[in-house]
Ligand binder design. Structure first.
Ligand SMILES: Nc1ncnc2c1ncn2[C@@H]1O[C@H](COP(=O)(O)OP(=O)(O)OP(=O)(O)O)[C@@H](O)[C@H]1O
Ligand SMILES: [Mg+2]
Length: 387
């Protein structure tokens, strides 16, 4: 559908300023034709082409009208048209086979405002760690501690950090609690965020961005969106994920795969407590916890992440392998969980002593990665239930 918008002299400059700010380009038809740029226009850029200058010309010259009709076919979807309102009557008639939608330029500006409003619509209040009362905080730690096995030192440290954070956040001196977790695969780094998410009582998806999914050169665009005026421009994944979640928590997984532009971006977020996207929408993340996870080694952490950013993390720590005692606790918990699910969804009828037999068969010392351990638990369960 070809759109044509009319403007008056009073409207023009305001319209131009607003559209330019939103990333559109304005061109007059004669500018376009004199440099023969139709084929060279950037397909990813949105344009307004002003037809006013051709009106006087076409009105008196029918053969020109035919040429223009053909020319319009070569314009892509990324181009809309504008014209001085004084030609309204003539143009509607002369180009009657070309345009099927006429409106005032204010309608085009309203579209931009509406587009912005859908992004910055006020989300319902998020449940943040800084808002919990003492009883709720107690419950928070109970759930958190029970969800994460082992890592006792981290848990103690985390409690102290949260206590201090709640005080300093209230007096405006600590905007975001940031944790940078490094270490082996499958030992519970991502699980920390899942446990916080659960302990905050979330009913929505965890707000998670995984840099493993991005190729590094477009990471920042994927994260915060490309500028308005570009086809497919949006507010970026980060803001979307934050808005979809009902708690004040963000997980940034595989952070080492990001590039320096992204590192700098997060430097700002941690400093200002605000997430800003490429369209200049701001989202207040004051009072949030941000968990960064990474498989980076301690040495690479120093060379890859700048000192400015490093010093902004409230906690930086290596997650060590779980002890056999912790792994055994995990096995007990998982076997109970699987058995109760099995009873609920499949059958009440299970062999005697199943729990103990699974636990007995799984030699925890053979497993470092809890994913592998989990797989072994499942395999053993399936084997024994069939027996
Ligand atoms: N300490 C732990 N407490 C409870 N569950 C754990 C723990 N460690 C691992 N798990 C379980 O093992 C699985 C893998 O753990 P997780 O996703 O946290 O690994 P990770 O440390 O983030 O590893 P990667 O670096 O490969 O992403 C999780 O689904 C979780 O259920
Ligand atoms: Mg992980």
């Amino acid at each position: 559908m070809r759109k044509l918008f009319f403007y008056t002299k009073q409207q023009f400059f305001n319209f131009k300023a607003m559209q330019t700010a939103a990333g559109f380009k304005l061109l007059s038809m004669s500018q376009l034709l004199s440099s023969q740029k139709v084929g060279e226009l950037n397909k990813n850029q949105k344009y307004y082409v002003d037809l006013s200058s051709v009106m006087g010309y076409t009105k008196t010259n029918d053969s020109q009208q035919m040429l223009f009709e053909q020319l319009f076919d070569s314009f892509g979807e990324n181009i809309d048209f504008i014209c001085d309102k004084m030609y309204e009557e003539d143009i509607k008639y002369i180009f009657r086979y070309i345009f099927d939608d006429f409106s005032d330029v204010d309608a085009a500006s309203e579209e931009i405002i509406a587009e912005k409003e859908t992004i910055i619509e006020t989300p319902s209040r998020k449940r943040r760690i800084v808002d919990l009362n003492d009883k709720e905080l107690d419950d928070f730690f109970k759930v958190f501690d029970a969800s994460l096995y082992g890592h006792e030192r981290f848990k103690e440290e985390f409690k102290k950090l949260v206590t201090a954070y709640r005080v300093f956040n209230k007096i405006g001196e600590h905007k975001i609690l940031s944790l940078f977790l490094m270490g082996d695969s499958g030992v519970g780094k991502t699980e920390v965020a899942r446990a916080i998410h659960k302990a905050l009582g979330s009913r929505t998806k965890l707000a998670k961005v995984n840099f493993g999914n991005y190729s590094s050169h477009d990471a920042l665009n994927s994260l915060i969106g490309s500028p308005l005026g570009y086809i497919g421009s949006d507010g970026g994944e980060l803001l979307k994920r934050i808005q979809e979640s009902d708690v004040g928590l963000i997980l940034i997984d595989e952070f080492e795969k990001a590039d320096s532009a992204v590192f700098n971006y997060f430097l700002d977020v941690l400093e200002n407590g605000k997430v800003v996207n490429s369209q200049a929408d701001e989202y207040d993340v004051n009072g949030y916890i941000i968990v960064f996870t990474s498989n980076i080694t301690k040495e690479n952490f120093r060379s890859k992440v700048s000192p400015e950013l490093r010093s902004r993390f409230d906690y930086k720590g290596m997650f060590n392998l779980l002890t056999d005692t912790d792994k055994k606790k995990y096995v007990h918990f998982r076997v109970n969980q699987i058995i109760s699910k099995y009873k609920e969804f499949v059958s009440e009828d299970i062999p005697d002593g199943l729990h103990d037999r699974v636990v007995c068969e799984v030699d925890v010392s053979k497993y470092k990665n809890m994913r592998d351990l989990n797989k072994k638990i499942k395999d053993t369960f399936v084997k024994l239930i069939g027996a």
